[in-house]
Design a protein around this ligand. Structure first.
Ligand code: BGC
Length: 909
């Protein structure tokens, strides 16, 4: 029957498509496909329209939500039927029906009316499941092992519970979290495929639980639950000097299983003092240091019902049974992604056996090999080889990155760690006497399961490798929180790094939920006076806060997410945090000048080794603070405008004027020279509109002069770099921006590429031309901050952007700006509306541009032309085409507006 319905649906869609009818698909609830664990009262619903004609718009929609997919299609038992709503909104439409119940599954579908008033069919049915909404829904208690734990090596405890499911099971949902990390099993099978759960948040106020549909893992009769814990971020080593137990010394488990029987009754199995505990094969597990597994200590079948657990200890109820900090999981969990095989196994000059996986990645190596009982195999991880080709770990500082596996010796054994991850390209194998081959090892990349959204490529292979490196920098460092680096004893949510890269990140992947979750931690860890920590979650301390360009993540990231995804609710939720940060600065300022306190400044700016004549590009730190004060205030005004907070708009607009006036007085000479004659100084002043209009052109020229004085090299650090090319292209120096982008010698984006990098480096000169390294105390080879150029590559080279007053690509800008030696560039972006494409090439004096615009959006297209030349679309002048609205055609550029569809433009250039 089900098959028949599916066939009919496919058939119907096929015919609807052929007839040119508009269709609805790609349903999202809270930006995810069929999510479980929703704890907002009005989930946001989105859908996409499609059809095979141009200019499709939605004129109305109808949503229906029910408690079973069957009754939904009959329109019965609905909890909400929106009726026909005349509106073009197809993204983030709030649920508006009856109150939603804890743990319940809801089924929904939508149909639309297009711009011709034609109704689509109903979309396929999608679903979501609510989380536990009331504190009283939690029946489970926090439990800890019942035996005395070794507090030095801290082996992973196992928890076990058996129970009888007396009746036929209809469905079952597990709600699990831990103080530490957990991995759960039911009847021997892994629950879900999320890794490193429950993820990292500001645990004291926000601890995520995960929710799993485990109906298929349970059976009528005897069942068993087994859970392993690791110390994770909760109790593990974090930050420097081997400090640990940042949130508490005792790991603990919270587990609740809600079973629905077919007779309509419900049973709850939850963690309490009836559980049992023991230890197993994981002897040691630390995020920085790696894991030790002794397979001889494995308790075979320990999560099966038939296992004999009479030697196990009981458990103790945790002294801290707090559940008020529990929240559902907002972001996509960390999952296993690309596998890699060693491309080479070799012996280094120092005589060590090393594997090269060909890519600097973050994850772990799975080993499948045979050994003798008690023998071991040890894997150590490194990012680079040194000048002589030897395995190099100094830049890891105290992080050991070492996994040790001890064989039980009964045939081929499979090992991989559970509660750790490594940043590496090279793996050194020791302690193993047998032969090894690539077949024995598979490296897996682990990262948050954010859907991929953007692709960029062009005619220059080095730039393509740069894009690859940016993408891999993001994969490796978007591991539940945006981290600075994934390998040394750090791996923290550094705020500057995150804000600098956030817009690029939103091109490459759908990071809406990823950042929505992190921003709540930013707000949670914000000090009462509004100051924002250097790292979030904050594990540094209450005074490590308030640095310009770092703390501004509180305003910059919400605004960037709003531009990319147009989720007004996020802006609304972050608004108090944004405002508190601006108010903090205001409190620190005197006469509207923020010139006090500690600041990192333009971190890792160009600093030549032989800086005898003062060539280091040092930018006055307080000039920087003032620029960020203005920027954050501007973003607060923007947010206030969107949210209709008119009093705030007026107040902060007046403040902004004073901030800029104070800047002019303190840091700018009457002729417009800045007190720091650095690229970063000019970049920030210009990007944040600190200078009056009449001084901008000359300031941009000074920037260009400065670039030339360094022989066409950049000198910017973390704060100047993201805006450098934007400022140049905005003020008429596109050529200089391209020159910097295509520069191959150090300092530049392509220098690391030429040196064989597969990720973005922390420093412009992480490895010198003679292959020696920068100072090992700060030399990561996987740090995404300088990858912020990716935003310019998408927004300027391929020209894909959103209008700020119609964000989330509701009104698209396509403004490709060819330059440098590029002859071709192509970008695609999956938005909530569908795919945008901008792909251009220069061929025989022709500029050819292929554009794709998703339904229910419009795009303004800018095409460069020669001497006012005309633009053709598929062989016809655009001025003659009905479905293209020509807005302007001047000497250098033609400008027109289009609706959805595919377009092929050509013009002489
Ligand atoms: C981190 C950075 C961070 C910086 C601030 C470093 O240790 O790796 O990326 O922004 O500290 O000082």
């Amino acid at each position: 029957m089900q098959k028949l319905v599916l066939l009919c649906l496919i058939f119907f869609n096929f015919f609807a498509g052929a007839l040119g009818q508009t269709q609805v698909n790609s349903l999202l609830c809270e930006n995810r496909i069929n999510p479980t664990g929703i704890d907002v009262s009005q989930p946001l619903l989105s859908w996409q329209l499609s059809g095979n004609r141009r200019n499709i718009h939605q004129s109305a929609y109808e949503l229906r939500v029910g408690t079973s997919s069957k009754s939904l299609s009959q329109g019965k038992g609905l909890v909400w039927n929106s009726g026909k709503v005349s509106a073009d909104q197809s993204v983030h439409v709030p649920y508006g029906g009856n109150p939603l119940s804890s743990g319940k599954k809801y089924y929904w579908q939508v149909r639309v009316w297009d711009d011709k008033g034609q109704a689509s069919g109903w979309s396929p049915v999608a679903e979501w499941q609510m989380g536990l909404l009331q504190p009283g829904d939690w029946k489970a208690s926090w439990i800890e092992p019942g035996f005395i734990q070794d507090s030095v090596s801290r082996p992973s405890p196992l928890f076990r519970k058996t129970f009888q499911a007396s009746k036929k099971i209809q469905s079952a949902t597990a709600y699990i979290t831990a103080r530490g990390m957990y991995e759960a099993r039911i009847n021997g099978q892994r629950v879900g495929d999320a890794l490193l759960t429950p993820g990292w948040t500001s645990y004291r106020t926000r601890l995520q639980y995960q929710q799993y549909d485990v109906s298929n893992l349970l059976r009528q009769g005897a069942n068993a639950i087994g859970v392993t814990l690791g110390v994770g971020w909760y109790s593990g080593h974090l930050v420097w000097e081997n400090s640990k137990n940042h949130y508490g010394a005792r790991t603990a488990l919270l587990f609740q299983l809600n079973i629905q029987y077919t007779d309509g009754t419900e049973e709850v199995i939850s963690s309490d003092n009836s559980w049992k505990s023991s230890t197993g094969s994981i002897l040691y597990s630390e995020i920085y240091h790696g894991e030790t597994i002794d397979a001889r200590k494995e308790k075979e079948g320990w999560s099966d019902p038939g296992y004999d657990d009479h030697t196990w200890s009981g458990v103790q109820l945790s002294g801290d049974n707090n559940k008020s900090n529990l929240i559902a999981t907002i972001n996509e969990p960390v999952k296993r992604h690309e596998p890699f095989k060693p491309i080479k196994i070799f012996t280094t000059p120092a005589g060590e056996k090393v594997m090269d996986f060909g890519q600097n990645l973050v994850g772990w190596v799975q080993v499948r090999i045979r050994g003798n009982a008690g023998d071991s195999i040890v894997l150590q991880h490194a990012e680079v080889l040194d000048k002589n080709g030897n395995f190099y770990t100094e830049n890891l500082r105290l992080a050991r990155q070492k996994n040790t596996y001890i064989f039980k010796g009964n045939g081929t054994e499979l090992f991989e760690p559970h509660f750790t991850f490594q940043g590496f390209r090279y793996v050194k194998v020791t302690g193993f006497n047998g032969e090894i081959s690539p077949d024995n090892f598979t490296a897996y990349a682990l990262y948050s399961d954010m859907p991929a959204t953007g692709e960029f490529s062009c005619s220059n292979q080095l730039i393509n490798q740069l894009q690859h490196n940016i993408q891999w920098g993001q994969r490796g460092n978007f591991l539940d929180v945006p981290t600075d680096c994934p390998q040394r004893d750090e791996r923290l949510g550094w705020t500057a790094d995150a804000q600098a890269f956030s817009r690029t990140a939103a091109y490459n992947r759908q990071v809406n939920n990823f950042f929505a979750k992190w921003l709540k931690d930013v707000a949670a860890d914000q000090r009462a006076d509004g100051s924002v920590p250097f790292v979030v979650p904050n594990v540094l301390g209450p005074s490590d806060m308030g640095s310009a360009g770092w703390a501004d993540a509180a305003t910059i990231v919400p605004w960037n997410m709003y531009l990319a995804y147009a989720d007004r609710r996020l802006l609304e939720q972050q608004y108090p945090s944004m405002k508190a940060w601006v108010e903090y600065i205001r409190g620190k300022s005197q006469q509207d000048l923020w010139n006090s306190g500690f600041h990192f400044g333009d971190w890792l700016f160009y600093h030549p080794d032989d800086d005898l004549d003062g060539r280091a590009a040092v930018t006055d730190k307080y000039l920087i603070t003032q620029c960020y004060y203005a920027h954050s205030t501007q973003l607060l005004i923007n947010a206030a405008q969107v949210l209709g907070k008119t009093a705030d708009v007026a107040e902060y607009t007046a403040l902004l004027q004073r901030i800029k006036a104070a800047f002019m007085k303190e840091y700018v000479t009457p002729s417009g020279r800045l007190v720091s004659s650095t690229q970063t100084a000019y970049v920030l002043a210009l990007n944040f509109d600190m200078l009056p209009e009449d001084l901008r052109e000359q300031a941009a020229l000074r920037l260009v002069e400065n670039v030339k004085s360094y022989n066409n090299h950049l000198t910017t650090g973390f704060l100047g770099t993201p805006y450098l090319c934007h400022v140049l292209s905005r003020f008429g120096h596109l050529d200089v921006a391209y020159t910097l982008l295509l520069q191959e010698s150090y300092p530049s984006w392509l220098y690391p590429v030429k040196m064989g990098a597969t990720t973005i480096w922390e420093r412009w000169d992480g490895q010198k031309p003679d292959h020696t390294f920068e100072n090992a105390s700060m030399n990561s080879f996987n740090h995404y901050a300088y990858g912020a150029i990716g935003d310019w590559m998408y927004r300027v080279i391929t020209g894909i952007d959103t209008k700020e007053d119609a964000p989330g690509y509701r009104q698209i800008i396509i403004r490709p700006r060819p330059g440098g030696s590029l002859t071709q560039a192509s970008g695609t972006l999956q938005t909530y509306y569908g795919q945008i494409k901008s792909s251009w090439q220069l061929q025989n004096g022709q500029f050819i541009l292929d554009v794709e615009v998703p339904a229910n959006t419009t795009a303004t297209v800018y095409v460069p032309v020669k001497n006012g030349g005309t633009v053709m679309e598929n062989g016809k002048a655009v001025s003659e085409l009905k479905d293209i609205k020509l807005l302007n055609n001047d000497k250098d550029q033609a400008l027109f507006e289009i609706g959805s569809g595919k377009y092929h433009f050509t013009t002489a250039l």
